[in-house]
Structure formats: structure tokens, C-alpha cells
Design a protein around this ligand. Structure first.
Ligand SMILES: NC(=O)c1ccc[n+]([C@@H]2O[C@H](COP(=O)([O-])OP(=O)(O)OC[C@H]3O[C@@H](n4cnc5c(N)ncnc54)[C@H](OP(=O)(O)O)[C@@H]3O)[C@@H](O)[C@H]2O)c1
Length: 307
């Protein structure tokens, strides 16, 4: 499995990471275990979760599944979104949230702890100082952020550096062929400042596999979910799905593999966090890790779907 440096941290991560948002939601314990086993066998040691996934069940399942092999994994989690303990990025709440995640994950440390969103009601310095304290306490190894705009991250990096606090090493952002907002400001910032980009929803939640081009398949994420359909099945996303499917036909790959390979051509992307529901979906994603898109396909895709 190819690896890339996570920004300018000392950590390297596999180009495909395992997102576990479906664990405990639509993926049961047995399938989750098979997916994790296969990940480790294939060299994918980056596993991403969050305290809010399936109401804590994703972390709980991982805690159980990783018993006895915790040290083999770069475990990433997130906090700040509403849980039964509260919400936000205050020092008080972050300390509570980290302790709760550690308990569910049955571990003493989290390798990458990401604040899940930007909290406008908490002073930025309080959040950064709390993350630094958690690093110093050894409860988290690195801090990261998620869903921060480029200006928010730039501000955070500047403040952390000025105060001598550990700076965030990575940002999680939605980035895929259908949603390229990150290209305008976030990617250049990551390249300039040595921040790792962890691209989430690399298949646009499944849309880029082309499965919604002829309707909504039963049992899929969009099935009987009009709100999801309205948000995700936009004309732009479907146009991207069509272009990907055409490229896949020419290459003899699956559309999902084309979408992942396109993403990995961007060197700011340290890892694409795929969120498989089943082992079969996971196998398909793993096979994309070593593929390089031919120049002509890359140019055609990027041009058809310009930002
Ligand atoms: N920081 C954040 O705010 C944030 C937000 C979202 C996600 N994330 C992270 O990123 C990870 C991935 O996000 P995501 O789940 O949205 O990513 P994704 O990889 O774009 O979408 C995954 C979904 O696509 C469908 N799919 C995958 N492979 C397929 C295939 N070969 N054929 C057909 N359908 C396929 C499956 O849905 P169905 O089969 O059920 O239709 C699957 O659950 C999450 O697990 C989480 O770790 C973070």
C-alpha cells in the first residue's frame, strides 16, 4: 500500500484510509471486523471514526475489534459535535469528549484527534490550548481539524505557532470530483503550510460509483431518503458520475476506482477516507490504491468538471 506523509508531521499514512461512519449504522459487528481485518492485511492502518458515529457505536465496535492489535493502527477520531455529554470546542467539553472516546475505543491514546467542526462560540485560543494540553498529557498524539475553511485553519496555525502550541497536522475536508471547493483555498494552504489533507466522501457518498444514474437502488444510502437525494444527487454530481463512468469504460476499471485515482493525483491529499458499508465495497476501493490515471484521462476529467 502506497503511503504519504501527513503534512509535515512525522507520520505517514496509507493513500486509502478506512472511514467507519457506517459501523454500527448499516454495518454490523461481523462485517466491520472483516473490513478491519482486510484493511490491516492490505496495509491500511489509518482508521477514522468519530464520537457521534452511530451514537458512539462505531468507536465501541473499533475498541472491541482492535483489542490486542491497537498499536498497529493509526487511530483517528473526532469530537465537538453534540453527544449526551454536551458539544462544542471548549476546554471543558473537549477534555470530557476525549475521555469518553478513550473509554469507548478501549485505549489510552488517540493518534489523531480532530475537532469535528468550527465552533464560532468558543475562543480559538481556548480550543488550541486544550488540544496542546491533550498532546502533552499523551492522550492524543497529534491534533487535527475537520470542516474548517481555509481562513479558519490559517488563523489557527498562526495562533498556535505564536503561542508555541502544537499545531494541527491535518485537515479533514469533503473533496471529490463532484465537490471541488477545497481546490480554491484549502489545497494551496495545505501545500504551503505542510498540512495533510484527509479527503472524506471520496466517492461523494456513493454517487461517483454511478449507482444513482438510473434511479435510486434499494438499500443504498439514498434509498427512501429524499433529504439526502436533494443534497447529493445534484445535476453537477450526476454529471461527474457520468464522466467517471465513461472514463471507467475506456480504462476497464470501476467508476469508484477512477474517482479515487483522480483524487490521489492531487499530492496535497495524504489519504482518501473511503467509507465502505460492505467488505465487497472495501475490496473495490483497495484495488484503486496502486492505480495511476493516464494523463489524458486526468486532463479530460479535470477539464469537464472544472471547479
Ligand atoms: N469530517 C467529517 O465531517 C466527515 C463527514 C463524512 C465522512 N467522514 C469520514 O469519511 C469517511 C467516508 O465518508 P463517506 O462514507 O461519505 O464516503 P464515500 O466513500 O464517498 O461513500 C461511501 C458510501 O458509498 C457507497 N459505496 C462505496 N463503495 C461502493 C461501491 N463499490 N459500489 C456502490 N456503492 C458504493 C456505500 O453506500 P451504500 O452502499 O450504503 O449506498 C458507502 O457507504 C467516513 O466513514 C468518515 O470516516 C468525515
Amino acid at each position: 500500500m502506497l503511503r504519504r506523509r501527513l503534512g509535515r508531521s512525522g507520520l505517514t499514512v496509507p493513500v486509502i484510509g478506512l472511514g467507519t461512519m457506517m459501523f454500527g449504522e448499516k454495518t454490523d459487528r461481523e462485517e466491520a471486523r472483516r473490513i478491519v481485518d482486510r484493511a490491516l492485511e492490505a496495509g491500511v492502518d489509518l482508521i477514522d471514526t468519530a464520537d457521534v458515529y452511530a451514537g458512539g457505536e462505531s468507536e465501541r465496535m473499533l475498541g472491541e475489534i482492535l483489542q490486542g492489535r491497537r498499536q498497529r493502527v493509526i487511530l483517528a477520531s473526532k469530537g465537538g459535535r453534540p453527544t449526551e455529554l454536551g458539544e462544542g470546542l471548549s476546554r471543558r467539553y473537549l477534555f470530557l469528549a476525549v475521555e469518553a472516546s478513550l473509554r469507548r475505543l478501549r485505549t489510552d491514546w488517540i493518534d489523531l484527534y480532530q475537532v469535528h467542526y468550527w465552533d464560532p462560540s468558543t475562543p480559538l485560543e481556548e480550543t488550541l490550548e486544550a488540544l496542546d494540553a491533550l498532546v502533552r498529557q499523551g492522550k492524543i498524539r497529534y491534533a487535527g481539524v475537520s470542516n474548517w475553511a481555509a481562513w479558519q485553519l490559517a488563523l489557527g496555525l498562526g495562533r498556535a505557532e505564536a503561542r508555541g502550541w502544537s499545531r494541527p497536522v491535518a485537515v479533514q475536508a469533503r473533496y471529490n470530483l463532484a465537490y471541488r471547493d477545497a481546490e480554491a483555498e484549502l489545497l494551496p494552504l495545505c501545500a504551503r503550510e505542510g498540512i495533510g489533507l484527509l479527503a472524506y466522501s471520496p466517492l461523494a457518498g456513493g454517487v461517483l460509483t454511478g449507482k444513482y444514474l438510473e434511479g435510486v437502488p434499494e438499500g443504498s444510502r439514498g434509498w427512501q431518503n429524499p433529504a439526502w437525494q436533494e443534497r447529493r444527487l445534484t445535476p453537477r454530481a450526476q454529471a461527474a458520475a457520468r464522466a467517471v463512468r465513461e472514463a471507467a469504460g475506456r480504462l476497464g476499471w470501476t467508476p469508484g476506482q477512477v474517482a479515487l485515482a483522480w483524487l490521489l493525483e492531487h499530492e496535497e491529499v495524504s489519504s482518501a477516507l473511503v467509507g465502505p458499508r460492505t467488505l465487497a465495497q472495501w475490496e473495490e476501493a483497495l484495488a484503486a490504491a496502486e492505480r495511476r490515471l493516464p494523463e489524458a484521462e486526468l486532463a479530460a476529467l479535470s477539464a469537464t468538471l472544472a471547479t
